[in-house]
Write a protein that binds this ligand. Structure first.
Ligand SMILES: Cc1cc2nc3c(=O)[nH]c(=O)nc-3n(C[C@H](O)[C@H](O)[C@H](O)COP(=O)(O)O)c2cc1C
Length: 456
């Protein structure tokens, strides 16, 4: 059986994830693994269509397609994203239809679910029969239990491959999208409504997106600084070298750091992008991956943000999860996510103008919505990771100390003392009985007091 491995790690042969695949190859000599290292090949694919055609042909001859990738910035690395765009451009679905497919990833489990959801959805779009992927924590390969489980995973994938008629459920419905044109009649300049500096970050992905930006920004009524990702000099995608972990600076001296400087000066951010397949463009993804020099620090915390999307966001639950999750972890106040799918051009113009108005007013209001589960859980995961790797991630470590992000429960002395007292009291049967009987009232006491003491 031939297993075609698409290695999406920018580290090519130095990929940790690839070692999981090599472990399988060592233990299953009956399977033939062929590896494609995108980090080395993508440039050729971009330049020479015949090399890409030949690769798609080879993929078509394999029994199994196995995506091997690190989770990068809530998704997959930009290089792999670009390869997927090329597969769709080349209509590779006809070569891959019916093939057994799955994913192996490594990460620290931060938003690995969105990465796997995306890979599953695009594999299904390419007509493949997809087995849920194997998401390992980086260092799991050293664990014999995980090794055993990994062998079970390849067994299951092999079983799927030898039974071409074995059907599997499709998790993500195909996208039904007929892009609607948008030519707003006249864009009325408006007086500024909010104090503070605003920045537009966009890939100028489509004419429609540009029109949406124009309408939105005209209604904000103020001059915005612009970061244009389509023009921004990015000499490379992130290579995963981790040299930024210590210094806080990227080794590439292009325009990414300057773009971030502009963003950090903003009080509010307008992000804009057009969708390609089921996510933003690989250009956007390159920029996000390259932002790794800010590490695990919520440097945009407190900023207001809004997303303008040209694409069927209503059908792209994973993209929404990523954008909302990203804002939540970053501590941003995400106001709206607006796609260009309104029923009519007038309706879209109205939506954009009304949203810009609400956005302007929102900036000066004291409302700060607390983080939801992805933001709370994500920060706890980062907290533990940074604490345990502070020898390398020094910048993050300092930032976490200065900003009180090390909120370990062991340090909550008051709660711990209260809990110990409560535990002792609960061992006395009469106290326990009274407490359990009056639990709801007892729990409510401090809240009643908070309401009572507050001054209108
Ligand atoms: C730019 C960049 C972004 C990353 N983003 C994530 C992430 O969103 N979630 C996560 O759990 N790990 C993330 N990681 C950690 C990698 O997924 C992890 O180190 C992985 O094991 C690397 O695999 P590789 O050696 O195969 O490239 C990121 C690492 C880098 C360099």
């Amino acid at each position: 059986m031939k297993i075609f491995v698409v290695n999406g790690s920018p580290k090519a042969e130095l990929s940790i994830t690839l070692q999981y695949v090599r472990f399988l190859a060592k233990h299953r000599k009956d399977l033939h693994f062929e590896e494609l290292h995108l980090a080395q090949k993508l440039r050729h694919f971009e330049r020479d269509a015949t090399t890409l055609d030949a690769t798609i042909h080879t993929m078509g001859e394999a029994d199994v397609i196995l995506w091997s990738f690190p989770v990068y910035y809530f998704l997959i690395p930009a290089n792999l994203k670009r390869f997927i765009e090329l597969l769709f451009e080349k209509k590779a679905g006809s070569a891959l239809r019916g093939k057994a497919c799955s994913s192996i990833s490594t990460s620290i489990h931060f938003f690995d679910h969105t990465a796997h959801a995306y890979m599953r959805a695009i594999s299904e779009d390419l007509g493949m029969r997809v087995l849920p992927g194997f998401s390992a924590r980086m260092e799991n390969l050293m664990n014999p239990g995980v090794q055993k489980s990994l062998l079970g995973f390849i067994d299951e994938l092999g079983d799927l491959a030898v039974e071409p008629n074995l059907s599997v459920p499709r998790a993500y419905a195909p996208i039904v999208h007929r892009p609607k044109a948008y030519r707003p009649r006249q864009i009325k300049p408006s007086p500024p409504k909010a104090q503070g500096k605003m920045v537009l970050v966009t890939d100028n992905g489509t004419t429609k997106l540009r029109a949406m930006q124009e309408v939105f920004c005209a209604q904000l009524g103020q001059e915005l600084a612009i970061v244009e990702l389509d023009r921004l000099r990015m000499d490379s995608a992130c290579t995963g070298c981790l040299r930024c972990a210590w210094s806080g600076e990227c080794v590439f001296r292009d325009e990414v750091a300057q773009a971030w400087k502009t963003m950090l000066e903003a009080d509010a951010l307008v992000f804009a992008g057009a969708t390609r397949d089921r996510f933003l463009s690989s250009r956007w993804k390159t920029f996000l991956d390259r932002s790794f020099f800010h590490g695990h620090r919520p440097v945009l915390a407190g900023r207001h943000a809004v997303w303008l999307i040209d694409g069927p966001l209503g059908q792209l639950a994973t993209l929404r999860d990523v954008l909302e999750g990203h804002a939540s972890v970053a501590g941003m106040q995400l106001f709206d996510l607006i796609d260009g799918e309104a029923d009519s051009m007038q309706a879209l113009t109205r939506l954009l103008e009304d949203s810009a108005l609400r956005f302007s007013h929102g900036i000066s209001k004291p409302l700060r919505r607390p983080r939801l589960f992805p933001g709370v859980a994500g920060m706890k995961l980062f907290r533990d990771f940074v604490y345990l790797t502070s020898g390398l991630f020094q910048g993050d470590h300092r930032y976490y100390r200065q900003h009180g992000i090390y909120d370990f429960s062991q340090r909550e002395w008051k709660s711990r003392f209260f809990n110990a007292a409560m535990s002792a009291a609960m061992h006395l049967p009469p106290v326990r009985q009274r407490m359990l009987k009056n639990m709801r009232h007892l729990m409510l006491r401090p809240y009643l007091r908070a309401v009572e003491r507050s001054r209108p």
